[in-house]
Design a protein around this ligand. Structure first.
Ligand code: HEC
Ligand code: HEC
Length: 463
């Protein structure tokens, strides 16, 4: 066993430095092949450089815009409810629904939905809903169908992720390192992604250094902000600053965000029974508890300055907007949490609060993978119709996520295939590269992970 591991470590310098499952998961997370239709990577909606959330108000996948704003993935704990409304109980459920074929995903959401309705009925809750209307989240997922897309965009549509990954061999070494064999199964993909997501931890921030005794770590303004956060503004009631300073209580609250869009239409004091005229019932749609309507999971505030816009609907563009929102007392409605009330802060105090929120940014960007000590080289053989494509100019474009210590941007390198259609290159400090040529599409534009040492790449002429 130990010998085998040592041999593996020698063979796989790229994956040896850390947990190979986490490193595989990191690479799968960045790869668009790892999605239902092979077009949207996890990182396209959870951008590592954007606090693992999305700069867009709503994300886009093969079904169109997402219903809610993307969530950050830092500091997640196993066993806490997931999604803004707590729809999923485990990370595995979230990932399975994301990656399974439409048929499988529909079956899983159906069974979760049936379980929720049964539990709610047993607790006598479903009747609490006026007219017995089933809210959005519980409607039949029959309509879940990928949009019609032209065939050439989706050569693999319908193929389970695992089959697709298995067939092109790019991740063979990654799977061997993580699981002992090169077999790709959905369960293994989910396990690697889960290990990676759970490895994403916020780093030390100025606030942490201040707590550890470095009084100079926060500016005067930030210190006033901290005091407001803990006391007068009452933020820490939900964004808790206990021993671990997680900045979330892991619970669901109605702060009125769900009522933003309709505040003008209904005026103050919106009745929750009108909620089905609204877009989003939050956790109430999941538990079928009337009191849970319009409540959403408290997000952690660590690294919050890295990831505008804010809230489950992405409706607040900046931290200053968020603080103004709380200062107004949220958006009033009859179910609003009593701790959300007009704060009467001065402009300067609001600036102090924003400055404090900015002091929760980790010194180093979270989730940077280790840069292997030795350079990783790969040989690519380019074939067209089974024949070597010689003298082809190929650009090796850095892609995926950057690795620790690598510069944020790295140059594109130019290469030319030899008489046998081959060329060699060195990986930049990134998880992947993409091969680009003026005349041909190579490997269907797919990313090459840095565990690859040699690969045969099919090319087809661009129109
Ligand atoms: C098309 C955009 C999109 C893609 C692709 C995507 N996500 Fe998400 N993700 C979201 C949105 C939006 C939410 C919030 C969903 C909600 O509350 O309704 C979310 C929520 C989550 C959560 C819950 C976080 C929490 O705090 O509760 C996890 C975990 C997650 N995504 C992981 C992933 C992983 C891993 C992948 C790749 C397999 C992925 N996501 C792909 C948009 C996306
Ligand atoms: C009653 C509990 C509660 C209190 C008190 C509270 N928050 Fe929140 N906070 C939440 C919830 C719940 C959300 C998500 C709401 C939503 O999206 O619908 C949130 C969202 C946020 C966000 C957006 C984070 C993101 O990633 O989108 C910020 C920033 C924030 N709160 C800061 C504050 C500040 C500053 C205060 C004090 C002035 C405060 N909160 C007081 C519960 C609370």
């Amino acid at each position: 066993m130990r010998v085998a591991a040592a041999v593996l470590a020698l063979l796989l310098p790229a994956l040896a430095a850390e947990d190979p499952k986490v490193e595989l998961g990191r690479r799968l997370f960045m790869d668009p092949t790892v999605s239902r239709t092979g077009r949207v990577s996890c990182s396209s909606c959870h951008e590592p450089e954007h606090g693992f959330s999305d700069p867009r108000v709503l994300s886009e996948d093969e079904h169109g815009p997402s219903r809610r704003h993307s969530q950050p993935l830092l500091d997640l704990a196993a066993g806490q409810p997931l999604h803004w409304d707590g729809e999923f109980g485990t990370l595995r459920e979230v990932l399975t629904v994301r990656l399974a074929t439409v048929v499988e995903a529909t079956a899983l959401t159906r069974s979760l939905q049936a379980r929720r309705i049964r539990v709610a009925k047993e607790a006598g809750r479903v009747t609490a809903f006026a007219g017995g209307r089933i809210p959005y989240g519980l409607r039949s997922p029959d309509e879940v169908r990928p949009r019609d897309l032209p065939e050439h965009v989706l050569p693999d549509d319908g193929l389970p992720v695992a089959k697709r990954l298995m067939s092109d061999g790019r991740y063979r070494r990654g799977f061997v390192a993580a699981f002992g064999t090169s077999e790709v199964t959905t369960a293994r993909v989910v396990e690697a992604l889960e290990a990676y997501v759970l490895s994403l931890r916020s780093g030390t921030s100025p606030f942490d250094r201040f707590r550890a005794g470095d009084t100079a770590a926060l500016t005067d303004v930030q210190r006033v902000g901290l005091s407001l956060f803990l006391n007068e503004a009452g933020c820490a009631a939900c964004h808790t600053v206990g021993e671990k300073a997680a900045f979330t209580d892991g619970r669901f609250h109605n702060t009125g965000v769900a009522f933003h869009a309709d505040a003008e239409r209904f005026g103050e004091g919106i009745d929750l029974s009108l909620l089905f005229d609204f877009k989003d019932g939050g956790a109430g749609e999941v538990t079928l508890f009337r009191e849970h309507l319009a409540t959403f999971k408290t997000p952690s505030l660590r690294d919050v300055a890295r990831r505008p816009p804010y809230m489950h609907d992405g409706s607040l563009a900046t931290l200053a907007d968020v603080v103004r929102f709380y200062n107004r007392g949220g958006t009033p409605n009859r179910g609003i949490d009593p701790r959300i009330r007009p704060l009467r802060l001065t402009e300067w105090e609001m600036e102090c609060l924003v400055a404090f929120l900015e002091a929760l940014t980790s010194d180093e960007r979270p989730g940077l993978g280790p840069l292997p000590p030795r350079p990783r080289r790969a040989m690519i053989e380019v074939l067209e119709d089974g024949r070597p494509l010689r003298d082809l100019a190929v650009e090796v474009v850095p892609a995926g996520d950057r690795l620790a210590g690598a510069p944020p941007a790295e140059p594109v390198r130019k290469h030319r295939t030899d008489i046998l259609g081959r060329f060699w290159f060195e990986f930049p400090g990134r998880t992947h590269v993409r091969l680009v040529s003026r005349s041909h599409e190579i490997l269907r534009g797919r990313l090459i992970p840095d565990s690859v040492t040699s690969l045969t790449a099919r090319a087809s002429p661009l129109e």
